[in-house]
Design a protein around this ligand. Structure first.
Ligand code: SF4
Length: 282
């Protein structure tokens, strides 16, 4: 029996707390937790025009859906901004999912393309140019930098005051692990907190799903019957992130709260002044 409404049959056990809930009570609890994250962290002030980084994947789909539910209470308006990295056989299908979401939820959508922003360079062109140079495994490293810039450009184009992205607790824990494994103190210093206030002229960014586990994001998409694109990018198998993901799974098997513990560890890290990076540019 659902431990919240005490009427319906429980459909799941929450991965971290073990609480048994029916689908509707789980979705209500999930939305309330995201609302709490946004309000407690003062992430989105009333009146904010919010650019949602939409990839068509489960995380950004859930984020857009939840924020659309919460928008009247938060007093914010939403714009979907999708980035076309120029990855043949992958991005077109993902963008089709974003277009369906925009139409169904009646949200304005803007697509910005690497090719237009970066002098004709697409991710496929970057991959070709780095193949055989010892840098071919680093597609995601290039893409991460370009994507951040592209989302910023897209957000400015639609008059946004804030940017939100769909990173969940597992994504953030993987990032923390990667930064530790690479000894990247600069990124570790930047990685804590729920977002950035917009240093160096950049728009403020935040991650309202940062405290939600990947499993619960998938469960929310399932119970709300959300249509999303679930195939992996063709360059993802080469990424170093995959090793951090495998490591995190092993850690979670021994300690179910490992992902969230890592996220909180990064928030509480205090680095020596010499290890702090200069503020990022716009
Ligand atoms: Fe870009 Fe890597 Fe993501 Fe593919 S997996 S879209 S290359 S960051």
């Amino acid at each position: 029996q659902c431990s919240s409404c005490h009427e319906a049959r429980a459909a799941l056990r929450r991965p971290r707390s073990g609480q048994a809930l029916c689908g509707p009570c789980f979705c209500t609890a999930f939305e309330a937790e995201v609302l709490h994250t946004v309000l407690a962290g003062r992430l989105l002030p009333p009146g904010a025009v919010v650019a949602v980084g939409a990839s068509g994947g489960k995380d950004s789909t859930v984020l857009a859906h939840v924020l659309r539910e919460l928008a009247p209470r938060l007093g914010v308006s939403l714009r979907l901004v999708a980035v076309d990295e120029g990855i043949g056989g992958y991005r077109d299908a993902a963008l089709a999912a974003v277009r369906r979401q925009a139409a169904r939820w009646d949200l304005p959508l803007t697509v910005v393309a690497y090719a237009d922003l970066f002098g004709g360079w697409t991710m496929d062109a970057v991959a070709r140019s780095t193949a055989g140079t010892g840098r071919s495994r680093a597609c995601c490293t290039f893409c991460g930098v370009l994507r951040r810039r592209a989302l910023e450009e897209g957000a400015r184009l639609v008059g946004a005051t804030h940017i939100v992205t769909g990173h969940n607790a597992d994504d953030m824990a993987e990032t923390v692990l990667m930064n530790f494994l690479r000894g990247d103190a600069g990124r570790l210093a930047r990685g804590g907190g729920l977002g950035s206030r917009g240093e160096g002229g950049a728009l403020p960014r935040c991650r309202p799903l940062q405290l939600a586990s990947q499993k619960e994001v998938v469960l929310y998409a399932h119970f709300r019957r959300l249509d999303y694109f679930s195939e992996e990018c063709v360059y993802a198998p080469e990424a170093f992130r995959g090793h951090a993901r495998d490591l995190l799974k092993l850690l979670e098997a021994a300690r179910p709260t490992a992902a969230l513990d890592l996220v909180h560890s990064a928030e509480r890290l205090a680095l020596a002044p010499a290890a702090r990076p200069p503020p990022p540019g716009a």
